[in-house]
Design a protein around this ligand. Structure first.
Ligand code: GCU
Length: 813
């Protein structure tokens, strides 16, 4: 029976992991030295109990042994958990002469009365909890825990996640399913997912979470909602995660019924105080508020000609008696800027708004500044505001949810990007008060919509604890815990993760062009011109003659002048400006020669081909992991990588075609505009299908595709190549307003059929919906008839762009 059970659980491991346990799977590991058999927690507070139970759970997973829980200090080898004060009481002779910050921990092996103990202590219950997770991390990654003496304190006190959840259960920029907090306008009845999320956050040392959209819903501060917020706070509490609320600056008027929300009006101040008191009465450990004001349509102090300091101070004064903090967003800009004026520049906005107010903010105000001056683009310089504020608290905002980074459909590991930003801030000798990470987990089994994307949350958390960690160390820890220690698995996944940001940059927007996505729409697929000719200010100013935003002091928008003299000099000067930011800082002709020795235009072509090739290679890199990790996650990731390879090609072709047409300069390698093996759908023999112009034009091959306007249509062509084995690629459009059915046949023999049922954020044929189906290993003979049949559904017309017939080695141009 026992053997059967064991076999059953081993089989379960291989075949079915959803990703729900993320890096806290506690899979079996061979230990150098056996662990103690007992555990004792010095008291039964919720966090200490959570810590103790976590250690029991972890050890059971890793060793298949269940620790005995003791209710007093055992006289045998044991793991002992307690705050510093409690541990001092238990082991008075053991030299606990140092104090610990509340969130710090100390792992120490000691002998007392001839018995050896593994002590996990912290400056507070929360510190102990963090220590317990640190101990488990060591065990799970194969580190020895036989002789410990390790103290760790977090870099900064504020280590928050921001969730952009709406009360109706949707999540702004969430790619992992619906809200774990809210549904139908109320807090969910079942908040067990919140508790499990708290556990994941605690394992990284994250101690705060907003639970509502930064574009805040005023109702949360109402008497009706405060008890619901309190329930959510309770679910997080054992894990040391304090909640915070995003608030709306207009609330004194819109919710409170005052005739004003002027921050200098005493009635308004009294309203904020009264609301803060009410929230704190229900949630005494609330961490504070987050406030987005005067940005992207949110009201703010400008309505009364007041400053951001006036706004921040009135709200923060209400929080101060409760020791709450206000994270005031530095993400303030005018999204109706006149794009014809070359001196206008969104990148300037944060500095222009906040620098003049330096020193005017209350002590419990922290300016929450996005890593770059625009908005989580694939490549941006570090925001100049970090270095500019001398007398104001700062927190760095990073985005874990991959809004502009492939929305969890693309593998993009962001630690290397964050590493660069953190290094800059470190060199500036900046001491941040903390971090806010926009995470947006949801109800999907694996929280984030993609198993590999979990590494971003992991890295974010580890960096908030210790911003000096390397990306390599962080990803290694993550992979070991998430996928196991098989060397092939670890090397493959680490390499894929570490190279993925650069790859994504290569096939989206290199040279500081930013992510060339549909910025007025879903921020997902390619749309090169979407950022131009509008007030949003994500301009790249590419035209027939040249490309890039002139942000120089000498001739441009002057943004570069916001940096310290030395940095400004580097960026201002074309010769010293780094290639990867060139087009963020300068407008140059396409023929401008970079440090690399290549022209700008050729670099654009080359990086897109290089990026798409690297994305294509993920699939064969992943395939050898079959059988080395569980089947379920293996298959889920494989499907995602195949999809990504297809999308990378869409990006490549779209951007390259656009720049080829605009610049008129050919690709010296002859690839741009030439697609070996490609047959345009509009040139096939059509039955029921009609050609359509796709918008934007560059997102379909030659600007055209075909759509089916009747119950069923077909497109066919005769193969006129040489006989052999081929891979067939069908490029179709998978919108989210229908589930079309496709069928591919060769001489009436059906070789593949599928539903276009993916969750792609678009209702039309464009760069987002363009999707690839690959049918490999097809034997073709001259004269064969290849037919694609499409059955539309709902608003989706079974759109087709082209097919490609490739002999396998020629797949990646
Ligand atoms: C981005 C994002 C918005 C969000 C905003 C913010 O612009 O697209 O959804 O509200 O950032 O950070 O406030």
């Amino acid at each position: 029976m026992r053997t059967l059970l064991f076999l059953f659980s081993a089989a379960l491991w291989l075949h079915g992991e959803t990703g729900y346990d993320a890096w806290l799977r506690y899979a079996p590991v061979k230990l150098a030295r056996p662990l103690p058999a007992t555990i004792f927690a010095a008291d039964d507070s919720k966090s200490l109990t959570a810590a103790r139970d976590e250690v029991v759970r972890g050890v059971r997973g890793i060793t298949a042994l269940t620790l005995r829980i003791e209710s007093s200090l055992p006289k045998e080898e044991a793991i002992v958990l307690g705050t510093m004060e409690q541990i001092r009481g238990l082991f008075p002779q053991s030299g606990w002469n140092q104090s610990l910050d509340p969130d710090a921990f100390w792992l120490r092996t000691l002998t007392s009365g001839g018995v050896r103990y593994t002590v996990v202590t912290g400056g507070s219950d929360r510190g102990v909890l963090y220590g317990a997770f640190a101990l488990l991390r060591k065990i799970a990654t194969g580190e020895s825990v036989g002789a410990l003496d390790e103290k760790q304190a977090p870099y900064a006190p504020i280590r928050w996640v921001n969730q952009w959840d709406n009360l109706d259960g949707s999540i702004e920029r969430g790619y992992g399913g619906r809200s774990i907090f809210w549904e139908g306008g109320h807090a969910r009845q079942d908040l067990s997912r919140v508790s499990d999320y708290g556990r994941m956050l605690a394992s990284l040392g994250i101690n705060g979470a907003t639970i509502d959209n930064v574009n805040a819903d005023k109702r949360l501060l109402s008497d009706e909602y405060i008890p619901q917020v309190a329930r959510i706070a309770e679910a997080f509490r054992p894990w040391g995660v304090r909640i915070a609320l995003s608030v709306d600056f207009g609330s004194p008027q819109s919710l409170g019924g005052l005739d004003t929300f002027d921050p200098l009006d005493p009635k308004v101040a009294a309203w904020w105080k009264q609301r803060a008191d009410a929230v704190y009465a229900a949630i005494p450990d609330l961490a504070g508020f987050v406030l987005k004001a005067d940005s992207e349509g949110r009201v703010g102090p400008s309505a009364y000609k007041r400053t951001h300091a006036d706004a921040a101070n009135v709200v923060s004064r209400a929080l101060a008696p409760h020791h709450g903090v206000l994270l005031y967003r530095g993400f303030v800009y005018d999204h109706h800027m006149d794009w014809n004026n070359p001196k206008n520049d969104r990148a300037r906005a944060a500095y222009d708004n906040f620098k003049p107010l330096d020193g005017q903010f209350n002590d419990n105000v922290i300016i929450q500044i996005k890593n770059g001056p625009i908005d989580f683009q694939v490549r941006e310089p570090v925001s100049p505001l970090f270095d500019a504020l001398e007398k104001t608290n700062e927190a760095m905002e990073l985005q874990v949810t991959q809004e502009y980074m492939g929305q969890a459909r693309h593998l993009v590991f962001l630690a290397p990007q964050w590493r660069e930003v953190l290094d800059v801030v470190r060199r500036q000798n900046r001491k941040l008060r903390g971090f806010a990470g926009v995470v947006n987990v949801g109800l999907d089994d694996n929280w984030m919509g993609n198993n590999l994307s979990q590494a971003n949350l992991y890295a974010y958390g580890r960096f908030t604890w210790n911003p000096a960690l390397t990306s390599e160390a962080v990803v290694r820890e993550w992979t070991l815990q998430t996928f196991g220690s098989d060397p092939r698995v670890v090397e493959t996944i680490d390499a894929m993760q570490l190279g993925s940001w650069k790859t994504y940059e290569n096939y989206t927007g290199p040279l500081g062009l930013q992510t060339l996505t549909d910025i007025v729409g879903n921020h997902y697929g390619v749309a090169v011109e979407a950022s131009e000719n509008n007030g949003w200010g994500q301009w790249h100013r590419a035209d027939a003659r040249g490309v890039g935003m002139d942000r120089t002091v000498a001739t441009g928008a002057g943004y570069i002048g916001q940096y310290s003299t030395q940095v400004a000099r580097t960026y201002e000067n074309l010769q010293s400006c780094p290639d990867e930011l060139l087009l963020f800082m300068h407008h140059v002709p396409y023929t401008y020669v970079l440090h690399s020795g290549k022209t700008v235009i050729q670099t654009i072509y080359d990086s897109h081909y290089e990026g798409a090739r690297a994305a294509e290679a993920y699939v064969p890199q992943w395939q050898p992991l079959k059988g080395k990790i569980d089947d379920q996650r293996y298959a889920a990731v494989l499907a995602q990588l195949k999809y990504q390879a297809g999308q990378a090609q869409v990006w490549r072709d779209s951007v390259v075609s656009w720049f080829l047409k605009e610049s008129g300069i050919p690709d010296v390698k002859g690839r741009a505009g030439h697609y070996p093996g490609r047959i345009e759908a509009e040139s096939m023999t059509l039955d029921g299908y009609s050609p359509v112009d796709v918008k934007p034009w560059e997102t379909a091959s030659r600007g055209k595709a075909i759509a089916c306007g009747q119950a069923k249509c077909s497109a066919s062509t005769r193969f006129d190549g040489t006989a052999g084995w081929y891979d067939l690629r069908v490029q179709y459009f998978d919108q989210n307003n229908g589930i079309s059915h496709f069928r591919t046949s060769i001489n009436k023999q059906v070789v593949d059929e599928w539903d276009a049922a993916d969750r792609i954020p678009t209702r039309k044929m464009d760069g987002s919906s363009s999707t690839r189906r690959e049918i490999s290993g097809i034997a073709l003979r001259p004269g064969d008839q290849i037919m694609i049949e499409g059955t539309p559904n709902g608003g989706e017309p079974a759109g087709l762009d082209y097919i490609e017939i490739l002999s396998p080695p020629a797949k990646a141009p």
